[in-house]
Design a protein. Structure first.
Length: 183
Protein backbone atom coordinates (compact mmCIF):
# COMPACT_ATOMS: atom_id res chain seq x y z
CA UNK A 1 0.00 0.00 0.00
CA UNK A 2 1.44 3.38 -0.89
CA UNK A 3 1.91 6.22 1.57
CA UNK A 4 -1.05 8.28 0.24
CA UNK A 5 -3.46 5.39 0.73
CA UNK A 6 -2.23 4.86 4.29
CA UNK A 7 -2.67 8.56 5.08
CA UNK A 8 -6.16 8.53 3.53
CA UNK A 9 -7.12 5.42 5.56
CA UNK A 10 -5.86 6.99 8.80
CA UNK A 11 -7.74 10.21 8.04
CA UNK A 12 -10.93 8.21 7.49
CA UNK A 13 -10.47 6.36 10.81
CA UNK A 14 -9.86 9.67 12.63
CA UNK A 15 -12.97 11.20 11.04
CA UNK A 16 -15.09 8.24 12.15
CA UNK A 17 -13.65 8.40 15.68
CA UNK A 18 -14.33 12.12 16.01
CA UNK A 19 -17.86 11.71 14.61
CA UNK A 20 -18.51 9.05 17.28
CA UNK A 21 -17.14 11.05 20.19
CA UNK A 22 -18.99 10.88 23.49
CA UNK A 23 -19.54 13.59 26.09
CA UNK A 24 -19.94 12.35 29.66
CA UNK A 25 -21.52 14.08 32.64
CA UNK A 26 -21.17 12.71 36.19
CA UNK A 27 -24.01 13.43 38.60
CA UNK A 28 -23.50 12.82 42.31
CA UNK A 29 -25.68 13.72 45.24
CA UNK A 30 -26.20 12.65 48.82
CA UNK A 31 -29.97 13.11 48.45
CA UNK A 32 -32.01 10.79 46.26
CA UNK A 33 -34.70 13.46 46.11
CA UNK A 34 -32.43 15.77 44.10
CA UNK A 35 -31.06 13.10 41.74
CA UNK A 36 -34.28 12.94 39.69
CA UNK A 37 -34.05 16.70 39.06
CA UNK A 38 -30.38 16.42 38.08
CA UNK A 39 -31.17 13.51 35.73
CA UNK A 40 -33.88 15.52 33.98
CA UNK A 41 -31.71 18.66 33.79
CA UNK A 42 -28.98 16.62 32.08
CA UNK A 43 -31.57 15.01 29.77
CA UNK A 44 -32.80 18.47 28.75
CA UNK A 45 -29.19 19.24 27.78
CA UNK A 46 -29.15 16.17 25.49
CA UNK A 47 -27.65 13.56 27.81
CA UNK A 48 -29.02 10.06 28.39
CA UNK A 49 -28.53 7.65 31.29
CA UNK A 50 -25.51 5.35 31.09
CA UNK A 51 -24.63 3.77 34.47
CA UNK A 52 -25.29 4.21 38.19
CA UNK A 53 -23.94 3.13 41.53
CA UNK A 54 -24.30 4.08 45.15
CA UNK A 55 -21.50 4.26 47.62
CA UNK A 56 -19.04 6.30 49.56
CA UNK A 57 -16.98 8.80 47.59
CA UNK A 58 -13.87 10.53 48.93
CA UNK A 59 -15.29 14.06 49.00
CA UNK A 60 -19.03 13.53 49.17
CA UNK A 61 -19.60 10.75 51.69
CA UNK A 62 -22.48 8.44 50.76
CA UNK A 63 -23.72 9.37 47.29
CA UNK A 64 -25.80 8.15 44.39
CA UNK A 65 -23.56 8.53 41.35
CA UNK A 66 -24.95 8.54 37.82
CA UNK A 67 -23.02 8.85 34.58
CA UNK A 68 -24.89 10.43 31.68
CA UNK A 69 -23.64 10.41 28.09
CA UNK A 70 -24.29 12.59 25.05
CA UNK A 71 -23.76 11.13 21.61
CA UNK A 72 -23.12 13.18 18.53
CA UNK A 73 -25.55 14.11 17.03
CA UNK A 74 -27.86 15.12 19.84
CA UNK A 75 -30.57 12.68 20.82
CA UNK A 76 -34.20 13.40 21.59
CA UNK A 77 -34.86 14.60 25.11
CA UNK A 78 -35.67 11.87 27.57
CA UNK A 79 -37.29 12.06 30.96
CA UNK A 80 -36.27 10.24 34.12
CA UNK A 81 -37.98 9.02 37.26
CA UNK A 82 -36.05 7.87 40.30
CA UNK A 83 -37.68 5.28 42.55
CA UNK A 84 -36.17 4.78 46.01
CA UNK A 85 -37.49 2.68 48.84
CA UNK A 86 -36.50 0.45 51.73
CA UNK A 87 -39.69 -1.57 51.21
CA UNK A 88 -39.36 -4.01 48.34
CA UNK A 89 -43.11 -4.62 48.41
CA UNK A 90 -43.80 -1.06 47.28
CA UNK A 91 -41.00 -0.98 44.69
CA UNK A 92 -42.78 -3.44 42.38
CA UNK A 93 -45.94 -1.29 42.49
CA UNK A 94 -43.89 1.82 41.71
CA UNK A 95 -42.16 0.02 38.82
CA UNK A 96 -45.54 -0.97 37.35
CA UNK A 97 -46.90 2.57 37.72
CA UNK A 98 -43.82 4.03 36.02
CA UNK A 99 -44.18 1.48 33.19
CA UNK A 100 -47.84 2.47 32.82
CA UNK A 101 -46.66 6.10 32.52
CA UNK A 102 -44.30 5.12 29.66
CA UNK A 103 -41.04 4.65 31.56
CA UNK A 104 -38.63 1.74 31.12
CA UNK A 105 -36.02 0.34 33.49
CA UNK A 106 -32.60 1.96 33.05
CA UNK A 107 -30.57 0.88 36.09
CA UNK A 108 -30.50 0.15 39.78
CA UNK A 109 -28.20 0.50 42.77
CA UNK A 110 -28.25 0.60 46.55
CA UNK A 111 -27.78 3.90 48.32
CA UNK A 112 -27.29 4.56 52.02
CA UNK A 113 -29.05 7.64 53.37
CA UNK A 114 -28.81 9.22 56.79
CA UNK A 115 -32.55 8.96 57.37
CA UNK A 116 -33.76 5.87 55.52
CA UNK A 117 -30.79 3.51 55.74
CA UNK A 118 -29.98 1.47 52.65
CA UNK A 119 -32.47 2.11 49.87
CA UNK A 120 -32.90 0.31 46.60
CA UNK A 121 -32.74 2.99 43.91
CA UNK A 122 -34.16 2.31 40.44
CA UNK A 123 -33.82 4.77 37.56
CA UNK A 124 -36.61 4.69 34.98
CA UNK A 125 -36.32 6.37 31.58
CA UNK A 126 -39.00 7.65 29.21
CA UNK A 127 -37.75 7.86 25.66
CA UNK A 128 -40.21 9.91 23.61
CA UNK A 129 -38.89 8.31 20.42
CA UNK A 130 -40.27 4.96 21.64
CA UNK A 131 -43.98 5.10 22.43
CA UNK A 132 -44.50 1.34 22.30
CA UNK A 133 -42.62 0.38 25.47
CA UNK A 134 -44.86 -0.85 28.29
CA UNK A 135 -43.16 -3.65 30.19
CA UNK A 136 -44.47 -5.88 32.90
CA UNK A 137 -42.04 -5.80 35.81
CA UNK A 138 -41.43 -8.34 38.53
CA UNK A 139 -39.33 -7.77 41.63
CA UNK A 140 -37.88 -10.77 43.45
CA UNK A 141 -36.43 -10.36 46.95
CA UNK A 142 -35.04 -13.08 49.17
CA UNK A 143 -32.36 -13.62 51.80
CA UNK A 144 -31.29 -16.98 50.31
CA UNK A 145 -29.51 -17.40 47.00
CA UNK A 146 -31.00 -20.88 46.63
CA UNK A 147 -34.48 -19.34 46.80
CA UNK A 148 -33.43 -16.70 44.25
CA UNK A 149 -32.26 -19.48 41.93
CA UNK A 150 -35.69 -21.14 42.06
CA UNK A 151 -37.59 -17.84 41.67
CA UNK A 152 -35.43 -16.71 38.74
CA UNK A 153 -35.89 -20.10 37.07
CA UNK A 154 -39.67 -19.84 37.45
CA UNK A 155 -39.71 -16.24 36.18
CA UNK A 156 -37.52 -17.22 33.22
CA UNK A 157 -39.98 -19.92 32.24
CA UNK A 158 -42.66 -17.20 32.17
CA UNK A 159 -40.57 -15.08 29.77
CA UNK A 160 -39.09 -12.59 32.26
CA UNK A 161 -35.60 -11.23 31.56
CA UNK A 162 -33.28 -10.25 34.40
CA UNK A 163 -32.47 -6.53 34.24
CA UNK A 164 -30.65 -5.82 37.49
CA UNK A 165 -29.44 -7.39 40.71
CA UNK A 166 -28.45 -5.79 44.03
CA UNK A 167 -28.06 -6.74 47.68
CA UNK A 168 -29.66 -4.45 50.22
CA UNK A 169 -30.77 -4.32 53.84
CA UNK A 170 -34.52 -4.39 54.06
CA UNK A 171 -37.03 -2.86 56.41
CA UNK A 172 -36.95 -6.15 58.34
CA UNK A 173 -33.21 -5.67 58.97
CA UNK A 174 -31.84 -8.53 56.87
CA UNK A 175 -29.79 -8.54 53.71
CA UNK A 176 -31.86 -9.37 50.66
CA UNK A 177 -30.89 -10.20 47.11
CA UNK A 178 -33.16 -8.03 44.94
CA UNK A 179 -33.71 -8.88 41.30
CA UNK A 180 -35.74 -6.80 38.85
CA UNK A 181 -37.10 -8.53 35.77
CA UNK A 182 -39.29 -7.51 32.83
CA UNK A 183 -41.16 -9.03 29.91
Amino acid sequence: MNRNRIIAALAAVCAIASANSLDYRVLATSKTSTMEKELNDAAAAGYRFSKTMGGKSVAGGQEVIVVMVKDAPAQPVRQYKLLATTRTSTMEKELQQAAHDGYSYAGQTVFETAFSGREVVVIMERDYARNDVHSSYRLLATTKTSTMQAELQDAGLQGYVLLGLTVSKTEMGGDEVIAILAR
